[in-house]
Design a protein around this ligand. Structure first.
Ligand code: GLC
Ligand code: CA
Length: 530
């Protein structure tokens, strides 16, 4: 990729905000848009270039707002359209871009289209959704979704047939085969672009097309879930191209980012190779799912595993498929719990190590709100303390399997999305104010460093010292500059001769350093000008 082909998002730091839990401006304990406005200076200081706002539209919030009941209304708990317009304006004044999370695979079951479709088979909105008759007195097909661990079909009593939902039954899937529906969606997307936003993050974009004829999963085959029949179907590309042509054509600087979980490298090329003009950025989840097993069980992993997964996608950058780097999100546990160590001794040290490891990798960077404060998972004692629907799906399924409740709660403790969805305790940030050794100051400094070094933005990224278990090391190279990142991801000492590594930058998490070993969770960044 030549430098002139880069767009703003290639070198941006995107900060993801789950509005409900970000900042509350009016004392009702619910984060809101005015709250975001009040933090713009904080975000500027952090070095953020763009905000990705999780869905802020009208919604019953059964699935965190990913169940939209009116695409044109702001959720009143978050504020008004005027507040939103003011956010766009004020953010732009501070050179911060606004990216909206948009859910077009499904709506809420409370969306007027769906309410109408459920009333009668001749509703004009009937074909906006996917209704099917029972087959031989059974469900229309045998699809089980890996997300709900249940059938994708729910009976609509009024018309005595079933509708399809690959997420909860409160999130009916839209029928993308229907041209009128597609036109409605395009009109709505333009409405938001006209408000001056800078792009979208499309929720589960790779699922909008389902396999032709909705065939059964073949019998006797060892897969449990039907996801591959509603993911990455050829028609997705047709729809993405249509969105490009009909919506983005007039907004050449708007970002078209898509969530594409469960894709392989070939599919990444198809979605996001620069020559294809489909997605500008794609989000893959290999490295963040590293500890996720079947039905929400935890899986063990190693640093070399993690490294392999990350470099599998880093390498694609050389071939024209630009990566996005993130370790936390509204769908994940807190990153320091997963990849670091939350003991009093290593909490901040390991969070700093992770920050450096992340922010020197190649690609667009996403920081999930609160990770710059090293926020941790919460402690849960019983299922009632989990609010997220996904946590309850896992719990219910495994209780049905007859599993031990404590084991289920233990797993949820680590993997539940609830961990990313509690109000940010801003007093932690206040206490860090002016403290140059704080995790927040560390992030600020690293981001400044990243922006000052073209090699970190555009240079190649090469995995090094692959034979040292526990060490996550890599080199960035551009012309005659090399930057080396060495991160010890364990609580053991790693021996390594660093006497010839170059000039040590001051982005370190230990004051006293040896040239021959890295201490627990120690990270170092060296530069060499050849
Ligand atoms: C995406 C979102 C997630 C949501 C799901 C259904 O995976 O990131 O939060 O539950 O889509 O919309
Ligand atoms: Ca509020």
């Amino acid at each position: 990729m030549g430098n002139n082909q880069y767009k703003w998002w290639n070198h941006s730091i995107i900060y993801e905000i789950y509005t409900k839990n970000f900042v509350d401006s009016n004392g009702d304990k619910i984060g809101d848009i005015k709250g975001i406005i009040s933090k713009l200076d904080y975000l500027v200081e952090l070095g953020v270039d763009a905000l990705w706002l999780c869905p802020i539209f009208l919604s019953p919030f059964i699935d965190g707002g990913y169940d939209i009941s009116d695409y044109y209304e702001i959720n009143p708990e978050f504020g008004t359209m005027v507040d939103f317009e003011s956010l766009v304006e004020k953010a732009h004044q501070k050179n911060i871009k606004i990216i909206l999370d948009m859910v077009i695979n499904h709506t809420s079951d409370q969306h007027p289209w769906f309410l109408s479709a459920c009333q009668s088979k001749i509703s004009p909105y009937r074909d906006y959704y996917i209704f099917r008759q029972a087959k031989n007195n059974e469900l229309p097909n045998n699809w089980i979704s890996s997300r709900t661990l249940e059938s994708v079909w729910t009976l609509n009593f009024k018309t005595d047939d079933y509708y399809l939902h690959i997420y909860t039954k409160y999130q009916p899937d839209l029928n993308w085969e229907n041209e009128k529906l597609r036109e409605e969606i395009y009109k709505m997307l333009k409405f938001w672009l006209e408000k001056g936003i800078d792009g979208f993050r499309f929720d589960v974009i790779n699922k909008i097309a389902k396999a032709d004829g909705l065939p059964d999963l073949p019998n006797g085959i060892e897969h449990f879930y039907a996801d591959y029949l509603f993911e990455n179907q050829n028609k997705v590309h047709q729809y993405i191209n249509e969105i490009r042509g009909k919506v983005f054509k007039d907004y050449p600087d708007a970002l078209f980012m898509g969530q594409t979980s469960g894709i392989n490298r070939k599919q990444a090329f198809e979605y996001a190779h620069q020559s294809r003009n489909e997605l500008d950025l794609y989000l893959q989840f290999d490295h963040v799912d590293i500890d996720k097993g079947f039905e929400g069980r935890r899986k063990s992993w190693t640093v070399s595993n993690l490294k392999k997964l990350i470099f599998k996608w880093q390498r694609l950058a050389q071939e024209g498929v630009w990566p996005v780097i993130f370790f936390g999100s509204h769908d994940l546990k807190r990153m320091v719990n997963c990849y670091g160590n939350t003991s009093a001794e290593y909490h901040i040290k390991s969070a700093k190590m992770l920050a450096a490891l992340q922010l020197c990798l190649r690609g667009t960077q996403i920081i999930y709100m609160g990770d710059e404060l090293a926020l941790k998972n919460r402690i849960y004692k019983s299922i009632d303390e989990f609010k997220d629907t996904r946590s309850h799906s896992i719990y219910n399924k495994r209780i049905k399997n007859g599993e031990n409740e404590k084991e289920i709660i233990d797993d949820l403790q680590f993997i539940a999305r609830d961990n990313a969805r509690y109000s940010i305790p801003w007093k932690i940030a206040d206490e860090m104010e002016g403290d140059l050794t704080s995790i927040l100051a560390f992030y600020q400094k690293l981001i400044t460093f990243r922006k000052s070094e073209p090699v970190l933005l555009y240079g190649d990224c090469l995995s090094i010292y692959n034979d040292i278990e526990g060490l996550f090391a890599y080199e960035r190279r551009l012309e005659n500059k090399t930057i080396t990142v060495l991160a010890n991801m364990t609580d053991d000492i790693i021996e390594l001769d660093m006497s010839n590594m170059g000039t040590l930058t001051d982005n370190s998490n230990y004051d006293i350093r040896s040239e021959f070993c890295l201490r627990a969770y120690e990270v170092r960044i060296y530069t060499i000008d050849n």
